[in-house]
Design a protein around this ligand. Structure first.
Ligand SMILES: Nc1ncnc2c1ncn2[C@@H]1O[C@H](COP(=O)(O)OP(=O)(O)OP(=O)(O)O)[C@@H](O)[C@H]1O
Ligand SMILES: [Mg+2]
Length: 267
């Protein structure tokens, strides 16, 4: 486990970074075996930080048919039912990338066609289809954030091949911790190369003993606290940085983004 988890440093401030002039695109996947741990919330806020704090040309690619990130970022997204067709190469990814209300941030929206993605990917039998599609976007974007469905699905297999880093939200509970351990064990079993894992505590409530103990055990893991302002993202349909930039979780996401950029710049 120790060798697989990417070292992360807690930071309290982020500074705007210069936009890259050469294609050096990186893919950040927000992924977990477990559902409901905050993946979509992370994906939207990290994509905002990339676009706004780092001034990077950023794409949020929503791979989850539940389309939570799409809901939060694109109040008027037109449902074209074409998200799956990108994988069968009937539609170019760039044809589906749409600007959002946030400067520098585009969205490749999820739609109901993604319900058939697992079967399509299984039938295609090409484990690197997502990697190839991402390669085609490297002149357009500096950072691509993937919001992934939970579980060890065919989509997850594609993501594990394609991502430069896996951001794994972990609610401080034994079950969530078990799912992180299961993910690491799965990667070890598979062998070969895989992206570094960045575990990040999600929905932390320090008043709870289990949470406080988990934070103490992994004092080097960044965290996002439990806060009702985060739930407001579903009402405002905006990233936190766009409507509550001074809030504690907005600062925590900014610090996490800064740590991710540092980790990526080491590669
Ligand atoms: N830090 C937080 N504080 C309070 N509520 C939060 C926080 N993070 C996420 N939530 C809420 O928890 C719920 C689940 O979050 P989210 O949809 O991001 O999880 P998920 O891992 O993407 O779920 P799924 O596996 O279903 O895709 C949402 O209602 C969200 O608003
Ligand atoms: Mg989600």
């Amino acid at each position: 486990m120790r060798n697989l988890l990417a070292p992360v440093t807690k930071v309290t401030q982020t500074r705007p970074m210069a936009k890259t002039s050469k294609p050096d695109m990186k893919t950040i996947a927000v992924y977990s075996l477990k559902g409901g741990v905050g993946k979509s919330t992370f994906a939207v806020n990290l994509a905002w930080a990339s676009a706004t704090l780092s001034a990077r040309r950023t794409l949020l690619w929503d791979l989850d048919p539940q389309a939570a990130a799409t809901f939060m970022l694109a109040p008027e997204a037109e449902a074209r039912d074409a998200a799956r067709a990108v994988f069968s190469r009937n539609v170019e990814p760039t044809d589906l990338c749409r600007p959002t209300a946030i400067a520098n941030l585009d969205l490749l929206a999820a739609d109901t066609s993604l319900h058939g993605l697992e079967r399509l990917l299984f039938e295609l039998g090409k484990k690197k289809r997502l990697s190839k599609l991402l390669e085609g976007l490297d002149k357009v974007y500096d950072r691509i954030v993937l919001d992934c469905p939970p579980g060890l699905t065919e989509t997850a297999e594609q993501v594990l091949h394609a991502a430069d880093i896996l951001v794994v939200p972990v609610v401080p509970s034994p079950l969530a911790r078990k799912s992180l351990d299961d993910l690491v064990a799965t990667l070890v079993r598979r062998g070969g190369k895989h992206p570094p894992i960045l575990p990040i505590f999600s929905m932390v409530d320090r008043r709870r003993k289990l949470h406080a103990a988990a934070l103490e055990t992994h004092s080097d893991w960044p965290y996002v606290g439990y806060a009702s302002i985060v739930e407001q993202m579903g009402v405002r349909r905006l990233p936190l940085g766009a409507f509550a930039p001074q809030s504690a979780p907005a600062s925590q996401f900014a610090a996490i983004w800064s740590a991710i950029e540092r980790r990526l710049s080491k590669d």
